[in-house]
Design a protein around this ligand. Structure first.
Ligand SMILES: [Zn+2]
Length: 207
């Protein structure tokens, strides 16, 4: 039995859930966690940011006690409604946490293979092009599944990717980045490129 049970709900209906399943398969037993997700039947379409927020808040209010943390995974590429969704979720912190990837979850995947810190202005095109150069990823983009070959390619590099994502976040927090920002530190929407997935990996105890 896993000591800690997490819940995660995502905008994308394929890649993110495949990735979370990979994490559970690789580290669930060793790090004693399980990740619950929306039932496959409710994942027929990608969700809008508002729907992700609704889902996470509903779980927090009905079953919050049984979860260590509830995570909402967002992308920058479909940004309508993101600030409102983030504001609503912030009222449920720290039980509900957000992993925001800029421009998209694809950037998080790419961090498994290389560092990258050039602003992408909301487009995943360059990142997908780079992923496509790897053997297992030639059709990635048209086909968003994490096939067995893609999962095997990612598996050895999860901790490295988390370190790279945390490194980008630290630069923003230390005022050591080149982003134009509204406040004294970069907000989630300003961290281009970036991913909050490093914090999820850390919270799961993967190191
Ligand atoms: Zn910054």
């Amino acid at each position: 039995m896993a000591d800690r049970v997490f819940f995660a709900v995502c905008e994308g209906r394929v890649t993110e859930y495949d990735y979370l399943t990979l994490l559970q398969n690789l580290y669930g037993a060793a790090c004693s966690f399980r990740i619950d997700m929306p039932a496959p039947g409710s994942r027929r379409d990608d969700m809008k940011p508002e729907q992700v927020a609704d889902f996470a808040i509903r779980v927090a209010e009905s079953d919050g006690d049984q979860y260590t943390e509830i995570w909402a995974l967002f992308d920058r590429d479909q940004h309508a409604g993101i600030p409102q969704a983030l504001n609503r979720l912030a009222r449920h912190a720290p039980k509900v946490r957000v992993a925001f990837s800029h421009p998209s979850f694809d950037f998080w995947l790419y961090l498994h293979f290389a560092g990258y810190d050039v602003p992408l202005n909301g487009s995943s095109q360059e990142i997908v092009k780079r992923l496509n150069q790897r053997e297992a990823w030639t059709r990635f983009g048209r086909d968003k599944r994490l096939t067995e070959a893609r999962a095997a390619d990612l598996a050895p590099h999860v901790v490295t990717a988390a370190g790279r994502a945390r490194g980008l976040e630290k630069r923003c927090a230390a005022d050591d980045c080149t982003h134009t920002r509204g406040g004294t530190v970069c907000g989630l929407l300003e961290r281009d490129p970036g991913s909050g997935m490093g914090a999820l990996i850390e919270s799961l105890g993967i190191r």
